[in-house]
Design a protein around this ligand. Sequence first.
Ligand SMILES: *[C@@H]1O[C@H](CO)[C@@H](O)[C@H](O)[C@H]1NC(C)=O
Ligand SMILES: *[C@@H]1O[C@H](CO)[C@@H](O)[C@H](O)[C@H]1NC(C)=O
Ligand SMILES: *[C@@H]1O[C@H](CO)[C@@H](O)[C@H](O)[C@H]1NC(C)=O
Ligand SMILES: *[C@@H]1O[C@H](CO)[C@@H](O)[C@H](O)[C@H]1NC(C)=O
Ligand SMILES: *[C@@H]1O[C@H](CO)[C@@H](O)[C@H](O)[C@H]1NC(C)=O
Ligand SMILES: *[C@@H]1O[C@H](CO)[C@@H](O)[C@H](O)[C@H]1NC(C)=O
Ligand SMILES: *[C@@H]1O[C@H](CO)[C@@H](O)[C@H](O)[C@H]1NC(C)=O
Ligand SMILES: *[C@@H]1O[C@H](CO)[C@@H](O)[C@H](O)[C@H]1NC(C)=O
Length: 900
Amino acid sequence: MACLTFCYVFLLVNVIPSVQAGRDAGFGVGNVTIREDASVGSTVKHLRDFLNVGGGLMEEENGTSWSVNITSGNDLGRFEVVVENLTLIVAAPLDYEYNPRYNLSLELKNTGDNSVWHVNLAIVITDVWGYPPYYSKQCETPVIPDTGTAENYVVLSSHNGHYNVKINNGKEAQYNDFFPYFRHKSRYAIINDCYFRWCFALTIMWNDLDALRPALEAPQNGGRIEFKCHDKELRSVGKFMFLDVSKQMLPEWAQDSRCSMTEGVNYVVVVEMNDLRSTSSYWTQCSANVTFHDNTYPVDFIFQYDITGCSEGRYGLYCDKYCVCKNGARCHGFNGACECRPGWRGRACDIPWPEVVIIASPGDSVVKYIGTNLTLTCLAPHIQVASMTWIHEAENYYNDTKIIKEALGAVQNSSINFQPVSESDNAGYTCVVKAVNGEVINAIFTLNATKCRPNYHGEGCSQVCDCEYGGTCDRWEGCLCPPGRRGDRCQHECAPGTFGRDCRLRCYCENNALCDPVNGSCICAEGQSGEFCQNSSSPEKNQVVVVVLSSVIPTIVLIACIITGVLVKRSRRRQRAEQPTADLEMTPFIENLSSWEIDKEDIHLEHMIGEGEFGHVVRARLRVPEGYQVLVAAKSIRPDRMTASAVRDFRREMDILARIHEDKEGHPNVVKFYGVLTKSDPQYILVEYAANEELRRYLWGLREQYRVTGQRKLLERLGFACDVACGLAELARLKIVHRDIAARNVVISDRMVAKIADFGLSRDVYASSAYKRTNQGGEEELLPLKWMAVESLRDGVYTCESDVWSYGVLLWEIASFGEEPRYAGSPMHPDVCTLLELLKKGVRLRQPENCPLPVYRIIRSCWIVDPSKRPTPEVLLQKIEQLRPPRHAAHLVNHGMTWQ
Ligand SMILES: *[C@@H]1O[C@H](CO)[C@@H](O)[C@H](O)[C@H]1NC(C)=O
Ligand SMILES: *[C@@H]1O[C@H](CO)[C@@H](O)[C@H](O)[C@H]1NC(C)=O
Ligand SMILES: *[C@@H]1O[C@H](CO)[C@@H](O)[C@H](O)[C@H]1NC(C)=O
Ligand SMILES: *[C@@H]1O[C@H](CO)[C@@H](O)[C@H](O)[C@H]1NC(C)=O
Ligand SMILES: *[C@@H]1O[C@H](CO)[C@@H](O)[C@H](O)[C@H]1NC(C)=O
Ligand SMILES: *[C@@H]1O[C@H](CO)[C@@H](O)[C@H](O)[C@H]1NC(C)=O
Ligand SMILES: *[C@@H]1O[C@H](CO)[C@@H](O)[C@H](O)[C@H]1NC(C)=O
Ligand SMILES: *[C@@H]1O[C@H](CO)[C@@H](O)[C@H](O)[C@H]1NC(C)=O
């Protein structure tokens, strides 16, 4: 079709015999395709082609000159005609995205005979991959002052002009940077975005690199040595290679240029860096194991690059290319990409673009911070403005929209200021521009400042953190200190006796031994040993230490309890009339204890193993009816503490133990009861002697193992949890309330079975940190506040359900390897009011580290405020059993847990 038109036109021309002055001489139609990356000045079309068609009729005569006008279609002057040789050339950078096609109409006037030619030319722009170049902020380069020596610059060069090489970890040797060396050898370089590709060819290995030649020639290396490059954080940043081109292929990107190889070239150095940065100086180490002859040595190249930048208007590795950026656009030093100012678009930012834009200043960061000054400026370049209005749109429950600033007339900009930004400023800010022609154009800026700028904290982000010792700055907390540190700026070490993050943990060291503030390990003084420095070789101290510590090892059962699941109130601070209490004075000791009476002859007391405020515990041997002896713990009231309430508690323990052991066998998860000595003075309660330590200390041991071996022993720990749940179910069945379920009151038997015990009167011996004295209402009393249910704290009510709450705390202790429970935002030992306040607010102990979520869910279910909604011990048992793998399943991953 095009051809037909063409022929037809020239046929016409042919037919007109005489050409009149100023008259149409002919008409040409053509089309041409051109790449969008065609450089300015490159030829689009020789216009003479149009004149010569048609059998040479219109051949140019000597002396003829032409005047040429592009009469339409040349938007923004992308093209122009060179009259001397009648050539249409590119006059300004093209950009497929902004105009993929131009329909030019041209008039060519022959000044000799005044004949005029008309030519219509369709110019189709083709899209070129990777063009126009992308302006990457990440590797933006500085613009350096033009000192007239721009030719000497390299946009990327080794620091001080050197790089270092280290062979076999020996001394670093210094060599001259090779970039400048190749400046005039026109080697091949691509710098795009923040990638850098470069290679150069060598006929022989070049001076400094000659040392590598034997390795490159060694057959086992196959003509290739590759160095992998990383930065100081060991992130990979690229590589470089030495290649023997007779044995190795060039990388694909280098094949076009062949790295400027000439005849006789043997070696090529190929550099591929993937992550250039704007930082003015950065360090890279490139390493390889290189085999020379038969030995392999590590070889390291250490570069420190300076991103030096080019002078104004130049870009490229050697700053040898000219920027095309117009209208104040910034030119990227690596690839010449232009960063357009508002109102301009296109490859060269020379296409006017009517738009409304909001500019934030300072604009160096995408994130806007609370507490910093911010100015938003609305601009409307290339628009004839009638009005400019700022609207504030807060998205909250009443969708608050209001005009905050309005400017009428031909304003070009309008600004709003935040001095400083506060969180309540967060909203959408819309700039509405009404043009003279009635058109309305909007731009919106969403302010979402949620953070303080680095190193600031506080509500208004006005306080400086300046954390020391690696502390991190938190908006609300200020400095978060690393383990072992505390203070506003982490300037203090943990106080003696505390350790860990924010010094929240208490040390477990005995004998006044110091503990490591970071990890809590005990630092024993001379003569002390053991994990907690519990062993001391000093004979004088020995006595005391044994008494204090050994109380932990054996076991005594003592169960505080109450019949029918109603409560017992230990303190008298409430009016009896308030509750239907079965208070102790009124509880008849219905049990006939005579069947539990032990013959004094059958018991042989050994040494004291525990002493408390109210009682003594002695290890003893008991001859049982079967004829052999068993070890028992014999508990008595301290003669100097023989108060009425102590006697009452003592009697109650006997009673409850007897009730649990009605069938003499007792329960496997409750410490076994052997009998009482009531006819002696003092009186004794005899219970099973637990060979192993109490659960809490056992957990500390597991924690130590975990730290060393990484073994979590979750299975074993859940086993203990099951044991205790089982024992608790038994107590519930007997309608016995324990009131002090906690890891310290659970012992591990020699068969590794956990049993509920209660040190009752001697609890204060070793658990002074866990019990809090209360003296409300007069009577002083020690209560395990952090284990107590909310209703026990508030009303003094103890039920089987409140035991389930305590069981939840015990599970938490198991999950956290015996950590001391601590509520976030409260002291280590809060008082009743503080604790109640926290619990009412819904605060609970946090999920321990490495505690699987299903376990924590079970823990949390124990801490439901409504007692009736808490799981029963049976349900707990069932849930925990579900988490345990079936027998013999060695590696089971279940509920997101790995079993170790
Ligand atoms: C341009 O030329 C191509 C082939 O040379 C043809 O297919 C196309 O139709 C032409 N377009 C115009 C506008 O003449
Ligand atoms: C034009 O001039 C050249 C030399 O300048 C000459 O060789 C040629 O014959 C002339 N052509 C005509 C058509 O006069
Ligand atoms: C036409 O002339 C211009 C300017 O003198 C020159 O740059 C261009 O290369 C010439 N084109 C041809 C095809 O000779
Ligand atoms: C081209 O345009 C200029 C002014 O725009 C005019 O003076 C000149 O005569 C025109 N030439 C042709 C060939 O149309
Ligand atoms: C060199 O070899 C050593 C030992 O085999 C290895 O640890 C190291 O990662 C190797 N280095 C490189 C850069 O491959
Ligand atoms: C507020 O705006 C949101 C989103 O535009 C909309 O979903 C919501 O219904 C609006 N609320 C009121 C009260 O208009
Ligand atoms: C913010 O603006 C206020 C008021 O103009 C000025 O006093 C203060 O110094 C500014 N703050 C900063 C960080 O520039
Ligand atoms: C604000 O930023 C926060 C995170 O910084 C993000 O979670 C939230 O969705 C953002 N809100 C809006 C409205 O963009």
